[in-house]
Design a protein around this ligand. Structure first.
Ligand code: ADP
Ligand code: MG
Length: 248
């Protein structure tokens, strides 16, 4: 690992609810990552991936452990400071896209810029550029509900990148995309999301995009079980698939 430490999380714990209804989602998760990296979190449904990246994004507070994101612990900020910090530093692609149905696709993508106070003209221009990059030129004025699931996901991706966040957190960013679109969109996420002062943490089941990740962090039952190089993981999967084919 090289470069400045962007994420330094140790022993992160999280339990939802109390008493008999308590569900422990994280049982002490460690993750460190540098700027420039793309880290993929993988693991069975319910193992805590969404909980962990929500904590990384400052959307959820932890119960235990320590965390620094480029030197900031979001839990040490008050609500107002945390909101401002998030707007300036974090991009989030939600599993459910979370697009605003009442406004156009273009305005949806411009939201992070408008929220931080950029002019409407500049915001819409930059949003249009990102929409073009995700292959949605011509759909700027459509309402999100008029788009297919895959198109909505690409709007969400454009919105997450538009303000050049230092920390981009993606929950299953290619779940609604076909293989080729997924590759193109991941190339864009890699290009825009990783840099000397930027990094990407993504959750994915999609083996076709593992090779974009520098590291694959395997989770199970609220813990990290294994960390593997992304390209090695991809090569191993291909070898296993080839061996299976030879058998059949
Ligand atoms: P993953 O993203 O890996 O599927 P999650 O982080 O969504 O896992 O969930 C981890 C565990 O926490 C699961 O058992 C899930 O049911 C539980 N959980 C997640 N969100 C909540 C919530 N808001 N309230 C109660 N339990 C939750
Ligand atoms: Mg999840």
């Amino acid at each position: 690992m090289s470069g400045t430490l962007a994420i330094d999380a140790k022993g992160i714990q999280k339990t939802y609810g109390t008493g008999d209804a308590a569900v422990t989602a994280l049982r002490g998760v460690d993750l460190s990552a540098s700027f420039g990296e793309m880290v993929a979190l993988v693991g069975p449904s319910g193992c805590g991936k969404t909980t962990f990246i929500s904590i990384l994004a400052g959307l959820l507070s932890r119960d235990g452990g320590s965390m620094q994101l480029a030197g900031v612990d979001p839990d040490e900020l008050n609500n107002h400071q945390r909101t401002l910090w998030r707007r300036g530093n974090v991009g989030f692609i939600f599993q459910q896209f979370n697009l605003v149905p009442q406004i156009s696709v273009l305005e949806n993508v411009a939201i992070p810029l408008l929220l931080r106070g950029d002019s409407r003209k500049d915001s819409l221009e930059r949003a249009a550029l990102l929409l073009e990059r995700v292959g949605l030129k011509g759909r700027e004025q459509a309402r999100p509900t008029k788009l297919s699931g895959g198109q909505q996901q690409r709007v969400a991706i454009a919105r997450s990148l538009v303000h050049g966040p230092r920390i981009l957190v993606c929950d299953e960013p290619t779940s609604a995309l076909d293989g080729e679109t997924g590759q193109r969109v991941m190339e864009l996420v890699r290009e825009q999301g990783c840099g000397p002062d930027r990094l990407v943490v993504l959750v994915t089941h999609d083996e076709r995009i593992f090779h974009f990740a520098d590291r694959i962090v395997h989770m199970d039952d609220g813990r990290v079980t294994r960390v593997v190089d992304g390209k090695i993981e991809m090569a191993a999967l291909r070898a296993a698939a080839a061996a299976e084919e030879n058998q059949g």
